[in-house]
Design a protein around this ligand. Structure first.
Ligand code: ATP
Ligand code: MG
Length: 332
């Protein structure tokens, strides 16, 4: 079976609708056809300031949300990034073949460092895409299902893999991105031109899987729209309404045209009310199952430990090839 790898950062107590639609939902459908590696990328989460106790809780909770959303740990290898040493070891080697200018062009670094102030941003945040490349290449992944925001990082991963192979001999599989066009980017409900993000400054526009249904409903009802009051799909001029229609369409399985036909002529209120119900109906079973899983952390840790053993076997084999290819003297 071809290999897929993907991951999310434990940078919040909850995944959000963008993570669910852009990534996790696809992971669930892809786990049957692929040898799937899904990880919680905790080493990425420390590229911005974090609280140690929260990080530990969020890491477990993120893994639990994967399982609750449908990742089957008998089919897929679900593990914690920091449990597999080879990620950082391969990342170091990739650091040495990445150009400074090349890394400087990554727009996510520009966005995230601008939020923190350029002096506060860490070198870790800067080299983040190189660790991400190592995550992917360690498993010789063929396919990487991610949201649109990761397109540039994936391109860098491919460039680094090709560069390494041409300098040192065939070592890495060149991965393909799997980015679904329509649904690959969900926007913040308060700022519908910015992507929904775990690390958003305010939570008002963020639909979190672990939120109380009442909170979710309130956030949907307060979503920013526009003044003309007309329901139609126009991403450019009506980004708020377009985002709501996209979300509704993906979660309900109905086409956007179908939804526009039904709601055209009514105000935004009716659309929002039904959408709120749709979102809470999708989230509730996941939230409840997550809480169940979190009530037995020892069992969860056991599952993660077993998966880390399997992941390490694969990643260590790649690391050995990498070290050999670049000419490091083996230890005897
Ligand atoms: P952070 O703000 O901490 O970077 P994030 O919300 O961007 O968090 P990540 O953990 O970085 O989430 O990304 C996990 C996965 O979710 C990636 O595949 C990413 O492409 C996808 N993703 C993130 N935000 C969105 C979004 N708004 N729409 C669609 N997919 C998204
Ligand atoms: Mg992100």
């Amino acid at each position: 079976k071809p290999v897929i790898l993907s991951g999310m950062q434990p940078s919040s107590d909850s995944l959000h609708l963008g993570n669910y639609i852009g990534a996790l939902g696809n992971w669930v459908t892809m786990q049957d056809e692929f040898d799937a590696f899904y990880c919680v990328v905790d080493l990425h989460a420390i590229t911005v300031p974090q609280d140690p106790k929260e990080l530990r809780e969020r890491t477990r909770s993120t893994a639990a949300q994967y399982i609750a959303a449908g990742i089957d740990t008998d089919k897929s290898t679900l593990f914690i990034q920091s449990h597999v040493q080879a990620h950082t070891q391969i990342a170091w080697v990739l650091n040495t073949i990445t150009g400074f200018g090349e890394a400087s062009r990554m727009t996510q670094f520009k966005d995230k460092s601008a939020k923190q102030g350029a002096d506060a941003a860490s070198v870790g945040l800067f080299t983040y895409p190189i660790l991400m490349a190592a995550d992917i290449l360690a498993y010789q992944a063929n396919v990487v299902p991610v949201g649109e925001d990761q397109r540039q990082h994936l391109e860098l991963t491919r460039d680094l893999a090709m560069r390494f192979n041409s300098r040192f001999g065939e070592t890495f599989t060149i991965p393909e991105g799997h980015i679904l066009k329509e649904t690959a980017k969900i926007y913040d409900l308060q700022t519908p031109t910015a992507k929904m993000s775990k690390s958003a400054e305010t939570e008002a526009g963020l639909l979190k899987i672990m939120d109380d249904p009442a909170v979710t409903a309130k956030k949907v009802m307060r979503a920013v729209t526009d003044a003309d009051g007309e329901i139609r799909f126009d991403r450019e001029n009506k980004p708020g309404v377009a985002n709501l229609l996209t979300i509704f369409s993906v979660l309900s399985g109905r086409s956007i045209d179908d939804l526009v036909n039904e709601y055209a002529g009514g105000g935004y209120g009716g659309l929002k009310k039904d959408l709120a119900e749709q979102v809470t109906a999708s989230f509730t079973p996941i939230r409840e199952r997550t809480n169940e899983l979190l009530s037995d952390p020892a069992e969860l840790d056991r599952i993660l430990g077993k998966a880390a053993d399997r992941a390490s076997e694969v990643a260590d084999a790649t690391l050995a090839k990498v070290y050999d290819a670049i000419g490091l003297l083996p230890r005897h």
